[in-house]
Design a protein around this ligand. Structure first.
Ligand SMILES: [Zn+2]
Ligand SMILES: [Zn+2]
Length: 264
C-alpha cells in the first residue's frame, strides 16, 4: 500500500493511495491540470485512477474533482452530506459515476476503504483509512481536535498523512481577523503543530512507521517549523526519526511552481 501526497496545503489538497492493481485519488483540491502533472511525476496516468474519494466540500479539496471525473469517467465517492454540499461546486457528474456511501467499509479493487468521522466545520466530513494485503495508510487532515474515533481509525496504520496546519504563535500574531483565528483554533477547525506532535507519538506507539505532515497553512506555518515541532514531541517520548519512524512534510508548492503547469 502506497500513499503519495500530490499537493497539500490550506490552498489545495490531493493524495493518491495505491497498490499495483488499484489507484484511489483522495480529494482533488488542486486544478485538474495540476493533478495530471503531479500524477505524471509519479508515473500514474489518469486512466488508471479507479476512484476519487472526497473528504468534504471545502474548495481546497474539490477544485478539480468535477473536471477529472467528467474527462476520465472516474467514479466519485462521498458521504451523503458532502454530496449535497459540493454538488453545485463540482458541476454535473455523470449518473454512473456517483457513489454515495453509507457503509462503514467498502471495497475499491483490492483496497478496503474505511471512512471515519473527523471534527471539522463541514456538512459530513470524513477521513479515510485504506487497507490492502500489502499494508495500510490513512489521510487525516482538517481536524480541529483529535477524538477517540479518529485515534481508533488511525491506530496501527503503517502510513498516515497527518494535519499540521499552523503554529499557534504565528496564528495568534498573524493578520487574520479574530473570527477566522477562532474558527481555525476551534474544535472543528484545524490541527496545530503541537497537537500533531502528540497524535504522531500516539500513532508511532501503536505501529505507524511513516508520518507525512500535511495541510500546512501558507500563512501560519513553515515546513521546517512543523517538522521540528513534531520531531521534538516525538523525541520527548523517546521516539527517534529514522530508527522508529520516518517523518516528512508534504509538498505545498504554489501551483505556479509546478513547471509543467506553466504551459497549460
Ligand atoms: Zn476543510
Ligand atoms: Zn482543507
Amino acid at each position: 500500500m502506497n500513499l503519495c501526497s500530490l499537493r497539500s496545503s490550506s490552498r489545495g489538497n490531493s493524495a493518491v493511495a495505491f497498490t499495483d492493481k488499484t489507484k484511489i485519488l483522495v480529494d482533488c483540491g488542486i486544478s485538474g491540470k495540476t493533478a495530471l502533472c503531479c500524477l505524471a511525476d509519479i508515473n500514474i496516468s489518469p486512466e488508471e485512477i479507479d476512484a476519487i474519494v472526497v473528504t468534504h466540500e471545502h474548495i481546497d479539496h474539490i477544485r478539480g474533482v468535477g473536471v477529472l471525473c467528467r474527462k476520465f469517467n472516474i467514479p466519485v465517492y462521498a458521504s451523503e452530506g458532502t454530496w449535497y454540499a459540493m454538488e453545485r461546486e463540482i458541476g454535473v457528474i455523470p449518473r454512473e459515476c456517483i457513489r454515495v456511501f453509507s457503509d462503514v467499509y467498502f471495497d475499491i479493487g483490492d483496497i478496503e476503504v474505511r471512512p471515519f468521522d473527523i471534527p471539522h466545520d463541514a456538512a459530513e466530513p470524513c477521513g479515510y483509512a485504506f487497507f490492502s494485503q500489502s499494508g495500510s495508510a490513512a489521510v487525516a487532515t482538517d481536524m480541529g481536535c483529535i477524538d477517540d474515533g479518529v485515534i481508533n481509525a488511525l491506530r496501527g496504520c503503517d502510513t498516515v498523512l497527518l494535519e499540521a496546519n499552523h503554529d499557534i504563535n504565528m496564528l495568534a500574531m498573524g493578520n487574520y481577523p479574530q473570527s477566522l483565528k477562532n474558527r481555525i483554533r476551534g474544535r472543528k477547525g484545524h490541527l496545530a503543530n503541537d497537537d500533531a506532535g502528540k497524535v504522531a507519538a500516539e500513532l508511532v506507539k501503536h505501529g505507524t512507521k511513516n508520518i507525512l505532515l500535511g495541510h500546512l497553512s501558507m500563512e501560519n506555518n513553515y515546513p521546517p517549523l512543523a517538522y521540528n515541532t513534531v520531531k521534538n514531541a516525538l523525541e520527548s517520548e523517546n521516539i527517534y526519526m529514522g530508527r522508529d519512524v520516518i517523518l516528512d512534510v508534504a509538498r505545498r508548492d504554489e501551483i505556479s511552481q509546478c513547471r509543467d503547469c506553466l504551459t497549460v
